[in-house]
Design a protein around this ligand. Structure first.
Ligand SMILES: [Cu+2]
Length: 131
């Protein structure tokens, strides 16, 4: 009988752990500058290369990326750092001059290009009403 109870406890523990692991996938969005489909490939590859990132999708029009990641393994700043290292400015991290110059000519985006950021969203909401 003891063995049966023990087996059940182990089984239940494993079950709970896997449910918790699934719940820990966090989704976040941040701005990333870029031009074209080639940029998209580079940006997404850089984000996905970060250990713990499960998905990354860059939006060419809005200049933003949506990432899914395991919060116990990585964080938004680490992902932004990795994207910036590939040559692309993000909301919080600026790519180095060297990384930027390493990009293909067509991918050398305007470094003052507007990107969607959380700050911008707040400002946009403010445009709605007249003072
Ligand atoms: Cu490009």
């Amino acid at each position: 009988m003891k063995k049966v109870i023990l087996a059940f406890v182990i089984f239940a523990t494993v079950g709970i752990t896997s449910v918790m692991a699934q719940e820990k996938v966090t989704m976040a969005t941040f701005g990333v500058r870029g031009n074209c489909g080639m940029c998209k490939g580079t940006i997404e590859k850089a984000a996905k290369a970060v250990d713990g990132v499960t998905n990354a999708m860059w939006d060419k029009k809005a200049k933003k990326i949506e990432v899914s990641f395991k919060a116990e393994k990585t964080n938004i700043m680490a992902i932004q750092k990795a994207v910036a290292a590939s040559g692309y400015d993000t909301e919080k991290m600026t790519a180095s001059e060297k990384a930027y110059e390493g990009l293909a000519g067509c991918c050398q985006y305007d470094r003052n290009q507007k990107m969607e950021t959380s700050e911008k969203k707040a400002k946009d909401a403010h445009h709605g009403h007249s003072h």
